[in-house]
Design a protein around this ligand. Structure first.
Ligand code: ATP
Ligand code: MG
Ligand code: MG
Ligand code: MG
Length: 579
């Protein structure tokens, strides 16, 4: 690829809307452009990386024995009613009507569709076991799409579904997928850990997540220092970022007699309450112990929604208190802001609004600074509308008081806590879907049996962002070889003015490609400084510069993206880098 004919569009500015490094760098490198909340266009550059991930996933899935198919993104309501998930799935399900008023959803996952396919296709045990997979766009109407493609609404997923005559066969395929996932993430150059997805289950768990380790991760991973025990606590959907223990600790504090009820505070504030949430609490702390200003709405033991105050800054009619103001009002007790009020209030114009307030024991007056938010559907108070935005039952079933240093549940070693990004998930489903959708096959004795199923997902587009969280420096992205848009780039100094340099660069570019090294030619005619800055930002592993001086000396200037210095090497030396 000649970059003069490619659409590379980098930016020097650090985008203000991006909170984490991968989102910043993907925007700066011009890999993605936002269309709307959680919807992104992949630029030609971004798409090259996405396709690399897709290719690695596809090749390893094929090698595992799984077979590829392609299912539609739009799924009929009737199928989801068969499994009861039309109602149960909750607000993430985007429901659509066609011109005949027939109900559909945009698929967030495909258990129903594949089970429907299976009941048409599979009739005999001889066809089993089989594992069907597809790499297809999904849509989930996430409450808080954020971090670019990390938590998007539309995203690319590899989802696989296996069918088995018995549980032993399912267990074998589960292990096969577990091993395949290990190979995929290793090949992509990621530092990851497989963890039991349910903290309660030790060993023999029917569900594992593959977590890319990164401080920006929305999940907390507990692992033993003395054994292979590792488990995940999903923080993203429920409690504030930060160790779960901090949230648990804060919850305990809220249950002290100093807590004001919503009614108490409303009376003090002269607020007209329209509805209340039973109990409201908590915020998280970040890894440094700093308050992150997150409110969590709690009902009984369930955290039903979490609101990051900074997210509310866009609401014109309210002002957010500064961190300094909050500190001044609330003191420095880490991880805890004091009781929180959530209730209905009237805005200055008399419109009903829902108000959220943080109330310090010492200073109820602080409330005024914190009255934020409007009662907009699907916005920050989405979770308060039970049943509409979230199914009423547990978002977080239990908040366990695990802290770093506690004994590991398997009795070997103590627990450490790290943050992770969920990039893959394997799940032994059993017969839930075959039963609900009446899928049977005939066994060897001619008897109808219900196949056991497994499902296995990978966040293909999320992996692109997750990889950057682990691979960057001050100058930009540092791609692992397997994900780089090109392995190498040949940079031409003064291409317009120097025919010999242009010809030599062109020849090297062709030779490298012919030798199977995916190489770009930077013939855009930029000044060296600007050209190198771009190439570093977009993270190409190998950079080879062709200049007049080098030609005269019979050398090229070579630099690996991870090397601190460039070196002058000859033609054979260049090819030796790609052994
Ligand atoms: P999360 O806990 O991050 O919400 P999930 O557990 O809901 O993910 P799964 O249903 O297990 O997701 O889907 C399989 C994979 O799809 C996940 O492991 C993740 O890598 C990816 N994924 C899920 N939701 C999103 C999203 N909103 N944006 C990008 N990738 C996603
Ligand atoms: Mg999850
Ligand atoms: Mg989710
Ligand atoms: Mg999952």
């Amino acid at each position: 690829m000649r970059l003069s004919q490619f659409h590379l569009h980098t930016s020097k500015e650090t985008p203000a809307e991006a909170e984490i490094i991968s989102h910043k760098l993907m925007l700066k490198a011009g890999m993605i452009r936002k269309l709307a909340a959680g919807l992104y266009t992949w630029s030609p550059l971004g798409l090259r990386v996405l396709r690399k991930v897709e290719r690695a996933v596809r090749e390893e899935m094929d090698a595992s024995g799984a077979v590829e198919l392609l299912m539609p993104t739009i799924q009929p309501q009737g199928l989801w009613e068969e499994t009861g998930r039309w109602e149960k799935f909750g607000g993430q399900l985007l429901k659509i009507k066609d011109r005949k008023e027939a109900g559909y959803c945009y698929g967030p996952t495909a258990e129903e569709v594949i089970t429907d396919f299976a009941r048409q296709e599979l009739s005999s045990y001889k066809q089993l076991p089989v594992n069907f997979y597809n790499i297809q766009t999904k849509f989930r109407d996430e409450i808080r799409p954020r971090f670019g493609v990390m938590r998007a609404r539309e995203f690319l997923m590899k989802d696989a579904y296996s069918f088995h005559v018995d549980d032993e066969s399912l267990a074998a395929e589960y292990q096969n997928m577990y091993d395949t996932y290990g190979r995929i993430f290793t090949r992509l150059g990621l530092k990851f850990r497989a963890v039991a997805a349910d903290t309660g289950a030790i060993g023999g768990s029917a569900s594992h997540e593959f977590q890319v380790l990164a401080d920006s991760g929305e999940d907390a991973i507990f692992f033993s220092t003395g054994s292979d025990y590792a488990a995940n606590v999903e923080l993203a959907e429920a409690v504030a970022p930060g160790p779960r223990a901090a949230a648990a600790e804060a919850l305990r504090k809220v249950d002290t007699p100093t807590q004001k009820t919503c009614e108490d505070v409303a009376a003090l504030m002269g607020i007209d309450l329209q509805r209340t949430v039973k109990s409201v609490a908590v915020m998280g702390v970040d890894a440094d112990g700093n308050a992150r200003f997150v409110l969590a709405l709690v009902r009984g033991d369930h955290v039903v929604n979490e609101i990051k105050l900074s997210k509310l800054a866009g609401l014109a009619e309210y002002r957010l208190a500064t961190e300094a103001e909050i500190d001044a009002h609330l003191g420095s007790e880490p991880g805890f802001l004091g009781p929180v009020l959530v209730g209905g209030a009237k805005s200055a114009t008399g419109n009903p609004k829902q108000a959220i307030g943080i109330v310090a024991d010492r200073s109820v007056a602080a409330m005024a600074d914190f009255v934020v938010g409007a009662n907009e559907a699907g916005y920050h108070l989405a979770g308060v509308n039970w049943g509409r935005d979230l199914a009423e039952p547990d978002v977080v079933a239990d908040i366990r008081n695990v802290v770093e240093g506690d004994p590991s549940p398997d009795g070997r070693g103590t627990l450490a806590i790290a943050r992770g990004i969920e990039v893959g998930h394997v799940f032994a489903l059993g017969r839930k879907y075959s039963e609900a959708m009446k899928l049977t096959v005939l066994d060897a004795n001619g008897k109808a049996v219900m196949p056991a199923m497994g499902c296995y997902g990978i966040g293909v587009s999320r992996i692109v962002a997750a990889a950057i969280e682990q691979n960057f420096d001050a100058n930009g992205i540092v791609w692992p070889e397997a994900m780089a848009p090109w392995q190498a780039v040949v940079c031409v100094i003064n291409p317009k003015n120097d025919a010999a340099v242009t010809a030599a660069a062109d020849a090297l570019y062709r030779e490298l490609n012919a030798a199977g090294v995916e190489t770009a030619l930077d013939d855009r005619g930029l000044r060296p400084g600007a050209m190198f800055a771009d190439i570093e930002l977009i993270g190409i592993p190998h950079r080879i510069v062709v200049s007049e001086r080098g030609l005269a000396a019979g050398t090229f200037e070579y630099r690996h993206r991870r090397a601190s210095e460039a070196e002058n090497i000859d033609h054979a030396g260049v090819f030796a880098r790609f052994g």
